[in-house]
Design a protein around this ligand. Structure first.
Ligand code: GDP
Ligand code: IMO
Ligand code: MG
Length: 429
């Protein structure tokens, strides 16, 4: 069988949750490998509709071991609520595991995320305010606290006291706000620790063993390539890598174990939060996409910025992820469009750029150069067979495949699990 990494190809919210839920049916292990509860993965299946922030989207199958790996930052209150919510919908979470190496989001991370955003004022990044920047900063600054630390109260006390001493100094002296109580955080997190203890263990060995035995393993990413701290629209990015490379570091698998990398792309572009987005449509077409697709953030409820498909950005994403497959979602949103534009290059001053600039000062000045294709103007959400798609839809896909030099093997035509077209079913596990 196969190890497949599932990654967001654009600025997040491409439909990773839906595709993971679909493919997980035959998986042995599904592991989330990056991000935190800034992610919101929507899954609509016979159990109901869910917005998963931390639990892998394979949780709905009783035979799948679901792992929140070392690369994920965990807010214990969020994971406990999510587990409760799943129970209340009749979903068994008995096969959920949490890595003892995963870092914990602490109250000061959330507080500092908000204070930093306010300090940036007009330059705010538009973070989800879930403490993501501060928790990953502490991880690399070697100040973090991990889930495994909760299992030994003495160790937890000493790590928390050391971290809080510095955080309280920053809160008081830099931001001039009240310090946090060591005892209160300690008691609250010890309580979380007791509830989470049955889930916490070393998890990398489980994933490696499944991969070595040839089981089907899915590695579920969060966010999207253009939010990567190295390759995204820096500094308008998130703080952990959403790229396929991070699926190794975030789980403990070696790179040679990954067989395929599937990039999830919307048929158009969306972005939530600040930062450059060359194809953004601040007009009635952008509004129409937002309305038809309910483009409001699953985590924060903010309206998503909408625009045409950006090939320059997407091709960069294909390259930095080393994609082997694409799943194209939301193709149904274009059903009523008489024509559809694709951005194939950027105009920057007098130059035509076909590669994605590393500097946002350049990107912000880029004007999209469009190619226009005919639409199909019929509903495709009931279609399950590639050959039955209207010619316009197949032309659109084939043009994207040519421009991106990567095959589209899955097409999603609606939010529900079965609203899907497997283009070459025999190539999927
Ligand atoms: P994720 O973060 O990548 O898992 O994506 P989100 O769940 O944040 O956002 C995707 C949204 O689009 C959700 O509301 C899904 O229910 C919905 N969705 C997924 N695929 C499709 C599709 O093919 N068509 C339509 N109309 N909606 C979809
Ligand atoms: P999923 O997994 C879309 C965005 C935020 C903000 C930037 C930094 O659902 O695709 P952060 O809170 O991470 O420090 O915010 O990143 N962002 C996402 N946008 N989908 C996500 O996750 C996102 N996670 C973070 O809106 O612009
Ligand atoms: Mg999302």
């Amino acid at each position: 069988m196969t190890v497949i990494a599932i990654v967001g190809g654009q600025w997040g919210d491409e439909g990773k949750g839906k595709i993971t839920d679909l493919l997980a049916e035959k998986a042995k292990v599904v592991a989330r490998f990056s991000g935190g509860d800034n992610a919101g993965h929507t899954v609509i299946n016979p159990y109901g509709e869910f917005q998963l922030h931390l639990v892998p989207s394979g949780i709905f199958y009783p035979n799948v071991t679901c792992i929140i790996s070392n690369g994920v930052a965990i807010n214990p209150a969020v994971i406990l609520t999510e587990i409760d919510d799943l129970h209340n919908h009749g979903v068994d979470t008995g096969r959920l595991l949490i890595s003892d190496r995963a870092h914990l989001i602490m109250p000061y991370h959330i507080l500092l995320d908000g204070l930093e955003e306010e300090r940036r004022n007009k330059g705010a990044l538009g973070t989800t305010r879930r403490g993501i920047g501060p928790v990953f900063a502490d991880k690399v600054a070697r100040l973090g606290i991990r889930t495994g630390d909760l299992l030994d109260k003495d160790i937890f006390w000493s790590r928390l006291s050391a971290a809080l001493e510095l955080k309280n100094a920053i809160l008081k002296k830099v931001y001039r706000v009240s310090p946090l109580s060591l005892e209160e955080i300690y008691d609250q997190y010890c309580h979380y620790g007791e509830q989470l203890a049955p889930f916490i263990r070393e998890t990398g060995s489980i994933i490696r063993e499944a991969a070595i035995k040839g089981a089907f393993v899915l590695l579920e990413g969060a966010q999207g390539a253009l939010l990567d701290p190295d390759f995204g629209t820096y500094p308008y990015v998130t703080s952990s890598s959403p790229l396929a490379g991070a699926s190794c570091i975030g789980t403990g698998l070696g790179p040679r174990e990954i067989d395929r990398v599937m990039g999830i792309f919307k048929a158009y572009s969306t972005r939530v939060g600040a930062g450059p987005m060359p194809t953004e449509l601040k007009d009635e077409i952008g509004d129409l996409i937002r309305k038809k697709a309910h483009e409001y953030g699953a985590t924060t409820g903010r309206p998503r910025r909408c625009g045409w498909f950006d090939v320059v950005a997407a091709r960069f994403s294909v390259q930095i992820n080393g994609l082997s497959d694409i799943a194209l979602t939301h193709l149904d949103i274009y059903d009523s469009f008489p024509s559809i534009k694709i951005c194939t290059a950027y105009k920057f001053n007098d130059e035509v750029l076909t590669s994605f600039p590393s500097d946002i000062a350049i990107l912000e000045k880029c004007q999209p150069i469009y190619e226009e294709l005919d639409g199909w103007q019929e509903s495709i959400s009931g279609i399950r067979n590639f050959e039955k798609l209207p010619v316009g839809a197949r032309n659109y896909m084939s043009r994207l495949e040519d421009l991106l030099t990567c095959p589209i093997n899955i097409v999603s035509v609606g939010p529900k699990r079965r609203q899907i077209i497997l283009v070459k079913p025999s190539t999927l596990p």
